[in-house]
Structures are given as C-alpha cells and as structure tokens.
Design a protein around this ligand. Structure first.
Ligand SMILES: [Zn+2]
Length: 404
C-alpha cells in the first residue's frame, strides 16, 4: 500500500531485535582472531574492524533473539575417588574447529560452556576465489579414564550416572532430539579481494559485499544449516524435505547442487515480515544488497531441531536496531526512496508493502526520537530538514559473490 498523505503511523515496526527474553545466547569469541580482523588488523583500518565487530555482534544478537531452546552446561566433572578402594575415575571432553585466522585445526580440552551459551570463534583470513565467508558447527569428543583402581558397585552406579549426564550435555546439550552443539567457527575474507560494507546501520554501498548479510549466512551454517547430520538427513535428491520448510515454500524447497544451500535465487519473505527477498541461505549475494534471514531459512532451523520464534518488534521505526529512532533510520528509508524494495534491502520497507515510500517514512517519523539516543546531548536534526538526503544513489554494480 502506498499512502499519499503524511499521516503519522505508530505502533508498527518490523525487523528490530532487541530486548526479548533469550534462551540461546550466541556468543562471539575473538580469542582466535589473532590477525585482529575485528580491530586494528582489518585491511580497511581499525574503525572498519570495529564496524565489522558491531555487525557480527548484531547478527549474533539476531539469532539469540529467535532461538528459544534450553541448552545444558558443558563442564567436565571433577575426578571421582572411591571411599573404599584406590579407584579414581576421570572425564574429559574436547571441542574442535578450524582456526578462523589460520584455517588450521584447533582442539580444546575441557572448556566450560555455560547453560544456553553457543560459542562462535570468529576471525578473518584470505579465502580463495570469490568466497566471502565460511561457517560451520564445531566437532566434539569425550572420554572417561581412571587409575585402574577399584570401586564399590554403588560407586560404579554413581560414576555411570555422572558419565550419562556429562555425555548428554557434550553430545546434545541435554536435549532429547534435534541439532545441538557447543558452538562453531566462522571466518571472513580479509585479503582485499572483497570490498566490504561493514556498517550494518546503513544500507550497503553499491559494488560492495554486505558484511552483515554474510555474518547472518555464516552464523546460520554454524547453527547447522547445510552443515549437520540433521540437515543432511532431510536432503533427498535435489530438494529439502523438512516439513516446516516444505510448508513454508509450498513444496520441497530446491537445493543448490552442493546440497548445503537453497538453489541460487530461491526467494522467501523476510522472517517476521512480509517483504519478498532472496533467501539468506542460497549460495550467493549480489553486491550492494543486504539479505536478511527469511521465513524459509527460519523453517529450516526448525526442521533441524531448533525452537524458533520471529524477531521481536521492540521499537517502531528503529530500522537499524540501534534502540533509537533517528537519522540513521531515516537515511535507510531515504536511501531507497521511491523504489521497489531493492533485493535484500528490506530494512528500508518497514511497512512491508514492497515499495519504499511515504508509509515507510511515516513509520520512522511516527516514532521519531523514541528510544535512547546513542550519544547523550547530541543534537537531533529535525526530520523535515532531511528529506533530500540520499535520494540519488549511483547505479549499483550487481555482481554475484559466492558464500560458503
Ligand atoms: Zn553458505
């Protein structure tokens, strides 16, 4: 619907994701960002590295906001010593993943994973060809040991209970069915062959690859999409047979030949909204586009065993999710003004009607200045003075880049 009057519309907003009760906490761990891609080692400088970090954190927060599973803690039990004999029982577990900076194998022993925590090790390195990023869940192993001494039968029963609880948490985080894990790892191309838009609070620049979109895509892989036995078990020939995805798509969604993505160009609607968009989990992204997570992507998470809820509507008009309705949000709308929604730039269309126009502007203006200003005391421009910003954008270079 294109409104032609400037009536202020409040109370409606899509695509912001702050402030909900969380179950899963997707936490980015920079321990293995030894090249400081997310800081001073970023090829575009420290500020760009910080923007990359902010975008990745926002993508992680998005998933924390839509995943409502309850995961058990993983912690290695203390050694169990017999009260009557010389026996001592011990346990150990390992987490393994590809070092995001070097690509080498990392094996960690007896890390503690907090309840509901899902750890993602992140970094950057040179990725071949036009690959923008790589992501996937990590591996794990566990073992029991001891000193060979004896136990009473009651103590052996206790040891077995400890082992059962421990291995249940390592293998399935205590869940009965479906995908579960301690976490995984993601990496992004840092060799200068990729020109990134790191800033997730404004639309991606034409001719660049949108970091936030790639972060969403790779994090979804690390949550098991296209990269788990639960996914693979639902692949049949060239289609995905998950019940929720099939219901959402209307038939079995077609897969890319690699079977880890939807077929290139598969479309859905932005998850929690109504805007049509190419799915996040097809294998490529067009330069200058932002791709948000779609309903089809979300149903695939459901199919592999996650409990998924739509993103929370927290603050009408807060298009960039900053917690404040202001100039950044206005510029998102004006940057795509008077156009059909550019593929993947659904943020500019909070009304969800497929066109960036007066109804979208009214959603922002209708809640103008709401929330917490990013800088106390900063001058907030009046919206009426800004109506000409960003109306002329250069023609976008539209080239496809590969996601892994
Ligand atoms: Zn991928």
């Amino acid at each position: 619907m294109r409104l032609t009057t400037l009536a202020l519309i409040g109370g409606m907003g899509l695509l912001t994701w702050t402030g909900s009760a969380r179950a899963i906490n997707v936490e980015i761990d920079y321990t293995y960002d030894t090249g400081n891609f997310f800081g001073s080692g970023n090829p575009n400088g420290t500020a760009a590295g910080q923007q990359a970090k902010d975008a990745l954190e926002a993508a992680a927060d998005y998933f924390s906001g839509i995943l409502t599973d309850t995961f058990g803690e993983i912690s290695t039990p203390a050694p169990f010593a017999s009260q009557f004999f010389s026996g001592i029982a011990t346990w150990e577990w390992t987490s393994s993943f590809s070092n995001p900076t070097t690509g080498g194998s990392v094996v960690l022993t007896d890390e503690t994973i907090q309840p509901d925590q899902y750890v993602i090790y992140a970094g950057g390195r040179s990725l071949g060809g036009s690959t923008l990023g790589i992501g996937g869940p990590g591996g794990w192993g566990w073992s029991t040991g001891g000193n060979g001494g004896g136990f009473t039968s009651a103590e052996i029963d206790q040891i077995n209970l400890i082992t059962d609880a421990f291995t249940s948490d390592v293998e399935t985080r205590g869940e009965a069915t479906g995908f579960a894990n301690w976490g995984g790892a993601i990496t992004f191309d840092n060799d200068g062959s990729t020109t990134w838009t790191y800033d997730h609070t404004s639309p991606p620049v034409g001719g660049t690859s949108d970091f936030f979109s790639v972060a969403i895509h790779e994090l979804a892989h690390s949550l098991g999409l296209g990269a788990s036995s639960e996914w693979t078990s639902l692949v049949s020939g060239s289609v995905f047979t998950g019940a929720a995805s099939t219901a959402e798509f209307g038939s079995n969604p077609p897969l890319d030949p690699g079977k880890a993505h939807w077929l290139n160009g598969t479309t859905s609607t932005v998850f929690g909204g109504t805007t049509s968009q190419e799915a996040a989990m097809d294998p490529s992204i067009t330069q200058g586009d932002r791709k948000l997570f779609t309903a089809l992507d979300a149903t695939a998470l459901t199919d592999i065993g996650w409990s998924v809820v739509p993103p929370v509507i927290s603050l009408a008009g807060d298009l960039d999710g900053s917690g404040f309705v202001g100039i950044d949000d206005l510029n998102i709308v004006l940057g795509a003004w008077n156009q059909s929604v550019p593929p993947g730039n659904a943020l500019a269309d909070p009304s969800g009607d497929g066109f960036v126009g007066i109804d979208d502007l009214n959603i922002v203006l209708g809640n103008w200045n709401a929330g917490t200003p990013p800088t106390a005391g900063a001058a907030i421009p009046e919206p009426g003075t800004l109506a000409l910003l960003g109306l002329a954008l250069p023609a976008l270079l539209r080239r496809m880049h590969v996601l892994s």
